[in-house]
Design a protein around this ligand. Sequence first.
Ligand code: GLN
Length: 446
Amino acid sequence: NILDRIAKVEPYISSYITINDEGTLSMADNIDKLIKNGEDLGDLAGIPMALKDNICTDGILTTCGSKMLQNFVPPYNATCVERLYNEKSILIGKTNMDEFAMGSSTENSAFKPTRNPWDLSRVPGGSSGGSAASVAAGEAFFALGSDTGGSIRQPAALCGLVGLKPTYGMVSRYGLVSYASSLDQIGTLTKDVEDCALVMNVIAGYDFRDSTSVSGVALDYKEALIQDVKGLKIGIPREYFYEDIDIDIKKAVYEGVKVLCDMGAEYEEMSLPYTEYNLATYFIIASSECSSNLARYDGIRYGYRASECKNLNDVLIKSRSEGFGEEVKRRIMAGTYSLSFGYYDEYYKRALKVRTLIKNDFAKAFEKYDVLITPTSPHVAFKFNEKTRDPLMMYKSDICTVGINIAGLPAISICCGFKNHLPIGLQIIGRHFDEKTILRVAYTFE
Ligand code: GLN
């Protein structure tokens, strides 16, 4: 039973912020009854799942890894949760994360660090580090995460999993606590590509509650589970193989490409010239949107409120100073600056213009190539505290992933090898709404 497994490994890993013990047992009982009644159940019925703690669950604590929301119990379910409940998936618990999804190692959680199941002295990646660790350690069969700049794909890479960031608009964001709304997407962390397809079949699709969710895209991801890449055109963007990327990772990714070519695909090195601006553009846009999204935590309507405040200003200042951690404050300040009068044109507006150039780079590439292949992360799982002193060093972990969110594209990370027993991630990027092709390419490796 999965709860026994959790009791055994959770003290070492710390994947979860909240474990839904009672809920798990009663959900399991319910399913037993349905089976006895001879009901026809779907692929995910009775399957234990973990949810990142920024996905709202009715009646169950949703902290976002922050002191600000340490007591927040949502009165409603996110759409993806509702859909998974309808399929009778069993919620095991809510997973640890970097505070408000800002970080790449889960070290920014206000509560505790999560350990990488492959090596307990290393981070699981982030910000969906708890979700990745829970699946890698066998504490859940699949997990949902959110990906604003790589937060599903990078932890998937560091924990040896399959991590899919769907096209922007493919999965409803209703009930996902906002970080940077034009970049955020909910997606899956699974052990293999088949599981990814099964979960996507449930969570993808139009939702009237999210105006950015897209209608009319026909969906059956199981159809993507064929191992055939004959004639597929792969682009290898040179800029994703620069000197800062671990040489063994570059080699492993090229080996992966070779496997596809042996099966009839063709590859070509090519260029995405605006790649060098990805990180700067991402951090300006993400910080700007976060400064606006996080303005709602005022200590008044909900969330943490400081005690002994003398007046309204005091409530605001003290609650926000005490409730938010260092990284979140850094981004709120940077974002407020780039949106402020006099700097807006120079930073935010300019970042939006560069965003268009980056998007055009990809659009042009997809006229010629079916998929692009890159490393997911410039390095394998790193040690605790290795990058916490220098935020820029941490930001550079996202070098291979942020461009995809800027352009709103789908991308999947799969395991393509190991370095010193630590998994290496290979990233497959596809055209908008063409998750099927990237799943097919990923499936070819299984
Ligand atoms: N690591 C990136 C950041 O710190 C991406 C986070 C995410 O995708 N939520 O912003």
